[in-house]
Design a protein around this ligand. Structure first.
Ligand code: GLY
Length: 335
C-alpha cells in the first residue's frame, strides 16, 4: 500500500501520493456521471463485487475469495479489513498503526450489514482486529458502540488476545515526530487515512466496514469518522453504500457517507453522489479544504461504483469480474 507516500507527499504539497504504475484511470470506474439512476435492482453481471479505499489488493482479494466461495458480503468485508489490520507495514490501521501524541495506538472501526444492523468500537487499544470486535458488538450485544477500556474488556471476553500494537517502526516515527513537531492540539493534515470496504455478494446483498488507527499523533481520546455510522460508513441494502477516508472531522460535520447514500436514493449515480458530498465540504463558508484530504467510495445496488476526493492521489481498489485493480480517483482541486 502506498498510503505513507501520500502522507509524506502531503507534507510538501498539501495533498499528494506517488502513484504506483499499476494504477488505472478514473475513467475505469464503472461510473457514468451523465446517468440518472432509476433502477435499484441488482445487476447480476456486476456481482459479486468488492471495493476498498486506497491500494489494498490483498485485502480485496481476500474479500472476493470469501464471496466466490459463497460467503456473504458481511464476512467478505470483515475478512478483507482484517488483512490490512494484520499488516504491520500499514501504519494507519490495526497493528503498526501510528500512535497518538502520547504514544498510544488507539483504533476505531465499524461494520454494517444488509439489515442495517451495525456495530462499532472507538478508542480500542491492544486488540489488532478492531473490525471483528465491532462485528461482535453488533451481533452479541444490544448496543451499537463500545469505547475504550469497555471495548477492550469486551473483546478479551470474546477471546481476542491483547497485544502491543506499537511496532518498532511506528515507535521510531512517533519519536521523530516528537522532536520535529510542535506539541499542541492541532489537526495534523499529514497523517490520516482509513481502510473502508464495501461488498455485494452473489445474492445482491450489500455490507460495509471500515477500520483505522485514526489521525497520527492525535490528541489522546480523539475519535474520527470511521466508527461513526453515517459518517465513516453507511449501508442501505435497498440503495447502496459509501465509506469515507481522510480527515474524519470534516466527514463527521457533513455526515458524509449517509449523505452519499441518500443522494443515490434521490437518483444520483455513485460517482455523482461522491462528487456532491465532496462539494458540500469544499463549498462551506471559510472551508480550508486546501489543507486536508477527504475521499469517498460508493456502490449502488446495481453494482456501479464511484470515487471522488478533494485532492489528487486518492484511489480505490476494485475487484469485479475477475479483475482486481487500483483506480485513480477523480478529484475537486485541479488548480
Ligand atoms: N478517517 C479517519 C480519521 O479521521 O480518523
Amino acid at each position: 500500500m502506498d498510503r505513507r507516500k501520500f502522507i509524506k507527499q502531503t507534507a510538501l504539497t498539501g495533498a499528494g501520493l506517488t502513484l504506483p504504475n499499476t494504477l488505472v484511470s478514473c475513467n475505469d470506474n464503472n461510473n457514468d456521471a451523465s446517468e440518472v439512476e432509476t433502477n435499484t435492482i441488482v445487476n447480476t453481471k456486476n456481482v459479486p463485487l468488492v471495493i476498498a479505499t486506497w491500494h489494498v489488493k490483498e485485502a480485496t482479494a481476500k474479500a472476493m475469495q470469501v464471496l466466490q466461495a459463497g460467503g456473504n458480503a458481511l464476512d467478505a468485508v470483515e475478512q478483507g479489513c482484517r488483512v490490512e489490520e494484520a499488516n504491520e507495514k500499514g501504519q494507519s490501521v490495526g497493528k503498526g498503526g501510528l500512535p497518538d501524541r502520547d504514544g498510544n495506538v488507539t483504533l476505531d472501526a465499524c461494520i454494517m450489514d444488509k439489515y442495517g444492523n451495525c456495530g462499532s468500537v472507538v478508542y480500542l487499544q491492544n486488540i489488532t482486529h478492531a473490525v471483528s470486535v465491532a462485528r461482535k458488538v453488533m451481533e452479541d450485544t444490544p448496543h451499537v458502540m463500545l469505547a475504550g477500556e469497555g471495548a477492550k474488556q469486551f473483546a478479551i471476553s470474546k477471546g481476542f488476545k491483547p497485544e502491543n500494537l506499537l511496532t518498532e517502526a511506528s515507535k521510531v516515527a512517533w519519536e521523530k515526530w516528537k522532536v520535529e513537531a510542535e506539541y499542541k492540539p492541532i489537526i495534523n493534515i499529514e497523517n490520516h487515512d482509513t481502510i473502508g470496504m464495501l461488498a455485494i455478494d452473489k445474492n445482491g446483498d450489500i455490507s460495509g466496514a471500515c477500520t483505522t488507527s485514526g489521525l497520527a499523533y492525535k490528541m489522546g481520546g480523539r475519535v474520527g469518522d470511521s466508527p461513526i455510522i453515517g459518517s465513516g460508513l453507511f449501508v442501505d441494502n435497498e440503495i447502496g453504500a459509501c465509506v469515507a477516508t481522510g480527515l474524519g472531522e470534516e466527514v463527521v460535520k457533513t455526515v458524509g457517507s449517509f449523505l452519499v447514500v441518500e443522494l443515490m436514493r434521490q437518483g444520483k449515480t455513485p460517482q455523482q453522489a461522491c462528487e456532491e458530498a465532496i462539494k458540500r465540504i469544499v463549498d462551506k463558508p471559510n472551508s480550508n479544504y486546501k489543507n486536508f484530504q477527504v475521499g469517498y467510495i460508493a456502490v449502488n445496488k446495481k453494482g456501479k461504483t464511484g470515487s471522488y476526493s478533494i485532492h489528487q492521489w486518492f484511489s480505490m481498489t476494485k475487484f469485479q469480474n475477475g479483475v482486481n485493480k487500483q483506480i485513480q480517483s477523480d478529484y475537486y482541486n485541479k488548480v
